[in-house]
Design a protein around this ligand. Structure first.
Ligand SMILES: Cc1cc2nc3c(=O)[nH]c(=O)nc-3n(C[C@H](O)[C@H](O)[C@H](O)COP(=O)(O)OP(=O)(O)OC[C@H]3O[C@@H](n4cnc5c(N)ncnc54)[C@H](O)[C@@H]3O)c2cc1C
Length: 284
C-alpha cells in the first residue's frame, strides 16, 4: 500500500520543527523512527497533510546526566538506549525492557520518545516510565512544560501531547541501590507483550523499603499496581511475602480480551508475572 500524498518537512532544530508543525495545515504528524507511523500511513489509517521528520534534529538525541536525573532525548533510538552507560547505571529497567522490544531492525530505527508518544497499551516502555516516575518535557508554541508519567498516558493511544506539541525529552530520576526487573510474557520471541510487569524495589536489609510496579497491557494505559506496592512496603523480603503481595496485582485493572488472551487470563497472568518480577528485583 502506498500512503496518501503529504507535504514533508525535515527541520534541524526544535524551533524549526515547531514552526513546521504550526504551518503544516490541519493534520500534521511528527515522524520519529517511523516504525508505527509509516505502517499506519501505508494502510491509510492516517493521512496527514504534513509530516514533520525529526531525524535531523540532533538536540533530541542522546542521554545526559542532570544531577538527580538522567535525561533521555526523545529521538534516542532503542539501540542507543541499550548501549548507554547512564541508563545502565541509573535506570537499568529501561534497558532491560528495551531489549525485549521487537527485533534489531526495529530497535535500530524506533525511538524512546516515539514509543512513549505512540502509547500503545502493549508497548513495553510506558509501564517502565510510569514505574520509574519519569517526567515528560513537551515543547509547544508557548514554551515548554513538564508532565509527570502519571498524567502523560491519558487513554488508548492517547497522551497529554496537544496538537502542535513535540515531546522533547524524558527525565528519569536516578535510582541507585534499587533492584529492577522487567518480566514480559509473549508467545514468540520479539513479539508484543501479552502482559508484562516492570518492577523496581529498594531493600533495607531483610525488608522491602519501597516498591514501584508498572503493568503493561492491563488496560488502555499503563497502570501502577498500587495494592502490590502497598503490601510490599515494609514487608519482609521473603518469597512468601512477595507471593502474597503479588496476588493483588490484578486489582483495579481492566485488560482487553483479544486473539492472544482473554481478560481473566491476563488478570491471572499478571499475578504470576508480578511475583516473578518482584522476586528478581528484590534479589530473592
Ligand atoms: C514489527 C514491530 C514489532 C514491535 N514490537 C514492539 C514490542 O515488542 N514492544 C514495544 O514496546 N514496541 C514494539 N514496536 C514498536 C516500536 O517500539 C516503535 O519504535 C514505536 O512504537 C514507535 O517509535 P518510532 O520512533 O518508530 O515512532 P513513529 O512511528 O515515528 O511515531 C509513533 C507516533 O508517535 C508520534 N511521535 C513520535 N515522536 C514524537 C515526538 N517526539 N513528539 C510528539 N509525537 C511524536 C508520531 O507522530 C506517531 O503518532 C514494534 C514495532 C514493529 C514495527
Amino acid at each position: 500500500m502506498i500512503p496518501a500524498p503529504f507535504a514533508y518537512a525535515r527541520p534541524s532544530t526544535v524551533d524549526e520543527a515547531l514552526q513546521a508543525v504550526a504551518s503544516g495545515g490541519e493534520d500534521v504528524k511528527i515522524l520519529a523512527g517511523g516504525q508505527s507511523l509509516i505502517p499506519v500511513m501505508r494502510l491509510r489509517l492516517a493521512a496527514p497533510e504534513t509530516v514533520v521528520d525529526l531525524t535531523r534534529v540532533a538536540e533530541l538525541r542522546g542521554v545526559r546526566d542532570d544531577g538527580d536525573a538522567i535525561v533521555i532525548g526523545a529521538m534516542t533510538t532503542h539501540s542507543d538506549v541499550l548501549s548507554d552507560p547512564l541508563i545502565k547505571q541509573y535506570a537499568p529497567l529501561i534497558a532491560e525492557a528495551t531489549e525485549t522490544v521487537a527485533d534489531r531492525q526495529v530497535r535500530h530505527r524506533g525511538t524512546f520518545g516515539g514509543a512513549l508518544a505512540h502509547a500503545d497499551p502493549a508497548g513495553d516502555l510506558p509501564a517502565v516510565a510510569l514505574a520509574l516516575d519519569a517526567e515528560f518535557v513537551i515543547a509547544g508554541s508557548g514554551g515548554r512544560r513538564t508532565v509527570p508519567a502519571a498524567d502523560f498516558f491519558v487513554d488508548y493511544l492517547t497522551t497529554a501531547l496537544e496538537e502542535g506539541e513535540i515531546l522533547v525529552e524524558i527525565r528519569v530520576p536516578k535510582r541507585e541501590g534499587w533492584g529492577m526487573h522487567y518480566e514480559k510474557f509473549n508467545r514468540v520471541a520479539q513479539a508484543w507483550s501479552i502482559v508484562a510487569v516492570a518492577a523496581a524495589v529498594r531493600r533495607e536489609g531483610g525488608r522491602i523499603a519501597e516498591a514501584r510496579i508498572g503493568l503493561t497491557n492491563m488496560g488502555p494505559t499503563p497502570i501502577r499496581a498500587s495494592g502490590v506496592e502497598e503490601a510490599l512496603t515494609g514487608a519482609d523480603a521473603t518469597a512468601e511475602a512477595v507471593a502474597a503481595a503479588a496476588a493483588r496485582a490484578a486489582e483495579g485493572t481492566s485488560p482487553s480480551s483479544d486473539l492472544n488472551a482473554q481478560a481473566d487470563y491476563r488478570q491471572h497472568l499478571v499475578t504470576v508475572l508480578t511475583r516473578r518480577a518482584v522476586t528478581a528485583a528484590a534479589g530473592l
